[in-house]
Write a protein that binds this ligand. Structure first.
Ligand code: CAO
Length: 243
């Protein structure tokens, strides 16, 4: 592809040049590789997390005792693990050279972590086999390790799927870039109170915006809509995560 030609910026005003950090240049290559190789589509859904939030608030005191902060993230991890198990076409990688689909028999999920040095994606292994407290503890530990630049390479490898949450910051929706060779990534935006029609009147409900970007070579649109609808059901009634 034609490169972007840079003008001499100094003709417009003062500029300062500095080398890219290693992490920034690695991220830039990965993002461009994915953008150029993967036909991206993003599917949107709002999950009603009013009841989930009430449960989360009810667990805050228990969390303080355990020294673990429970955010929406562990619930979303659990729901994604259940959706990956139910719709295994999302738990694959494509081997285009051998014309094969690699089906993974494990559920490891990466979480995008914003650090002062750039974006890092530590991986939580066997999410389907872990409870909410364990997931809360492990995601907080891995995020802290990422910020302290203490992650080992093995802790950033092997993900089947990625969650990128900007919910603690803001925004109503975004279109994340698939973390190849995975075939889908879930973007999470900030939950807000919305009027939802219950058939006879509007009810104030806490709605969580979800954005699922996927590789349209591996996944079709109907399956993506099924995946986000399922996430909506699971997060809407977290008892269904036990089934
Ligand atoms: N809606 C509303 N509030 C939310 C929320 C959401 N979707 N998600 C989190 N929050 C709240 C949390 O509950 C917490 O509030 P309380 O203290 O009142 O409970 C607050 O926001 C901060 O949460 P957090 O961000 O510290 O924790 P987290 O578990 O939600 O997220 C992590 C952890 C590592 C994902 C996050 O810190 C992070 O780094 N996010 C950025 C990821 C990123 O950069 N993605 C972009 C990649 S592409 O460039």
């Amino acid at each position: 592809i034609p490169g972007v030609k840079l003008p001499d910026f100094s003709q417009f005003g003062e500029v300062r040049r500095e080398p890219m950090s290693r992490m920034m240049s690695v991220t830039a290559v990965n993002m461009q590789r994915s953008w150029l190789n993967v036909p991206h589509v993003t599917q949107f859904e709002d999950a009603d997390i009013t009841d989930m939030e009430a449960f989360r608030q009810s667990q805050k005191a228990a969390g303080e005792k355990k020294g673990v902060k429970i955010t929406p993230l562990p619930f979303i991890l659990k729901a994604c693990a259940a959706a990956l198990a139910e719709l295994p076409q999302f738990n694959v990688s494509l081997d285009m050279e051998r014309k094969e689909v690699v089906r993974k028999q494990y559920i490891h999920i990466g979480i995008a972590v914003d650090t002062p040095n750039g974006l890092m994606v530590p991986v939580i292994r066997d999410v389907d086999q872990k409870g909410l407290w364990e997931l809360a503890e492990e995601s907080a530990e891995l995020a802290q390790k990422a910020r302290d630049r203490q992650l080992k390479p093995a802790e950033m490898q092997g993900a089947c799927f990625t969650i990128t949450s900007l919910g603690g910051i803001g925004g109503t929706a975004f279109t994340p870039i698939v973390n190849t060779p995975e075939v889908a990534i879930l973007g999470v935006s900030k939950a807000s109170m919305q009027p939802v029609w219950d058939g006879s009147e509007f009810q104030p409900r806490l709605m969580l915006p979800l954005s699922l970007s996927y590789d349209h070579r591996a996944v079709n649109g109907a399956d993506a809509a099924r995946f986000t609808a399922l996430l909506g059901q699971l997060l809407g009634d977290i008892r269904t995560l036990l089934l």
